[in-house]
Design a protein around this ligand. Structure first.
Ligand code: LMR
Length: 325
């Protein structure tokens, strides 16, 4: 007894670190993958090891739908799902980001993600037991297939993989394609085996999943945006010691800046790598062809106003100046 009490101070075990499991579906060398790793680095350094962040990339732990459930159940603590994947959670408003041609560039996007509408959208997650901490950029989408997609009529009958968003479903139908929802982890194989003919994604995802190796053509359309909300299990986050939470909030601010600083460059580099590979042919649209896509895809706006909420859509239009013509 006395001997036990006399244990030297350094024999007292350090408390076990707080573990944050951060699951995501993309490759490490993508804007999201790198930002997740950067958040881990900052969090572990600044909390001096009191927090350990375990990042699981590439759907290693969970696929799209399962990761949302896992977060709500507390099996993981942090995710950064694409904004197109929040409706199954019951928050359809996030599909405003999927509206085709709604953002012309990152500046317009940031008016929303870094402004009052973005904050309002994150608040809508709270009743679901989720806190939205930040928006992380990825980029503007290209459209790929095994035939050149230039005229709107080229889409007719093409089976196109989409994320689980009704707006993306409408977008594909508006040009005569047949959309099919598939988990991100299944896309490469589905393209390879012909389960679907084509898909859309920013170049960073296309390249790191090697989709360009199983697609003959890539149209540089920038017809829509794909990015993320970083979310945490609310009970977990609010239960953290206050000093730790404050440090982690700072790490998230810095990781967000990092993510948004590298996103464009990363996508530009991925596109250059696709081009260099020679595996698929890059196609540019004439201004007239692009205008024809925009006009046809405006149907996805009209058809989903009610679903997303007229108020939210109008607020985003006001911020970005969207005009179908
Ligand atoms: C997709 O499913 O295409 C994207 O959401 C993947 C991602 O997280 O970037």
């Amino acid at each position: 007894m006395a001997a036990a009490l006399a244990l030297p101070l350094n024999a007292v075990a350090a408390p076990a670190p707080i573990v944050i499991k951060f699951s995501h579906v993309v490759a490490q060398h993508t804007p999201k993958g790198q930002a997740a790793d950067y958040f881990k680095k900052l969090a572990e350094e600044r909390t001096k090891g009191r927090v350990k962040v375990e990042v699981y990339p590439n759907s290693q732990l969970y696929k799209d739908k399962e990761e949302m459930e896992a977060l709500q159940l507390g099996a993981v603590q942090m995710l950064a799902p694409s904004l197109a994947k929040f409706a199954p959670l019951g928050v359809k408003e996030f599909e405003v980001f999927d509206l085709p041609f709604i953002f012309d560039n990152y500046q317009e996007l940031h008016k929303v993600t870094q402004g009052p509408v973005g904050a309002k959208l994150l608040k809508k997650l709270e009743p679901k037991g989720i806190l939205g901490l930040a928006y992380w950029d990825n980029g503007f989408k290209v459209m790929s297939a095994n035939k050149p997609l230039k005229a709107v009529s080229d889409f007719r009958g093409q089976k196109m993989r989409i994320q689980s968003s009704k707006v993306l479903d409408s977008q594909m139908r508006s040009v005569g394609a047949m959309p099919q929802v598939l988990a991100f982890s299944e896309v490469y194989q589905a393209l390879q085996t012909g389960v679907v003919d084509g898909t859309e994604n920013p170049p960073s995802n296309l390249y790191t999943q090697k989709m360009h190796e199983v697609q003959k053509y890539v149209t540089l359309s920038d017809h829509g945006y794909l990015g993320y909300a970083v979310i945490v299990n609310k009970k977990f986050w609010q239960g953290l010691p206050a000093d730790i939470r404050t440090i982690l909030e700072g790490c998230m601010r810095d990781a967000t800046k990092y993510a948004n600083d590298i996103a464009k460059k990363d996508n530009d580099e991925a596109l250059a790598a696709v081009k260099k590979s020679g595996r698929s042919q890059l196609i540019s649209l004439t201004p007239q062809e692009r205008a024809a896509w925009k006009k046809a895809m405006d149907k996805a706006h009209k058809d989903n106003m009610g679903r997303i909420g007229v108020g939210i859509v109008k607020e985003v239009y006001a911020a970005t100046g969207y005009n179908p013509n």
